[in-house]
Design a protein around this ligand. Sequence first.
Ligand SMILES: [Zn+2]
Length: 309
Amino acid sequence: MISENRHEREIADGLWRKCERCDELIYAKDLKANQQVCPECKFHHRVFSVERIEQLIDEGSWSPIDTQISPQDPLRFRDRKAYSDRIRETQAKTKLIDGVQTGLGQIGGEPAALGVMDFRFMGGSMGSVVGEKLTRLIERATADKLPAIIVCSSGGARMQEGMLSLMQMAKISAALERHRESRLLYIPVLTHPTTGGVTASFAMLGDIILAEPEATIGFAGRRVVEQTVREKLPDDFQTAEYLLKHGFVDTIVPRTQLKQSLAQLIRLHRPVNKVAIAARPHAAVAASSEKQPEKQVAPVLRNTDSLES
Ligand SMILES: [Zn+2]
């Protein structure tokens, strides 16, 4: 009884965490060191933007961009609460300005442009700020010839901004298309949950789409889909595993291997340095005569190619 009380006190103090699935008590520091993945049952607990950036970006290499863009309330929207109050309260609680952090940094030594959505900020909803920051991130990646990585976690569009939130889908998608035309790599990482307008736009436009184990990924909620199609849906409907089976996701990567996998994918798809080859004509000729272009030019796989053809 005494030890139980002590445990409860220590959970309250934040020293211990109880696994949400298997109820195992885990020392909070050990859970953090294992990237919030339960060492017993491998359940992936939620990770928010600050910790996710720490997990993915090499220490000391992160430089955030567009940190001053803050949300407005052009519609003077009010539900149970005024939208402007809701923004202020959420900002105070999360210490974030809006639902995404963007910046440049290195992932396993590879330079990349990274955006990380934060579910704590009004359910990771995509309003004008999320849309604008992601668009600018992708434009920066295009200009600097960098791969773009976006860690998605969102309930969808931000209804308090109405139309203005919906148009972000098209805006981000257009920026991604210009990034694609420059033959640069884009990888969305779908984490729990990725739904609504985010799934309907940039989450599904990746050259390679990664997902975390058991993440919920979908557009409309299960109940809405069931009512619309009038069918009982399978239990694993809208899980990362179900989407992998049906070709919407390219691979599922456990969080503890995510950084390494991203670094490897970026390395494999690094653009060929044309200037360097032109300056060394003999080397280029030698390479092509040996018929080993794969070593230098890794083709960028694009989902859209197979859809179009
Ligand atoms: Zn567990």
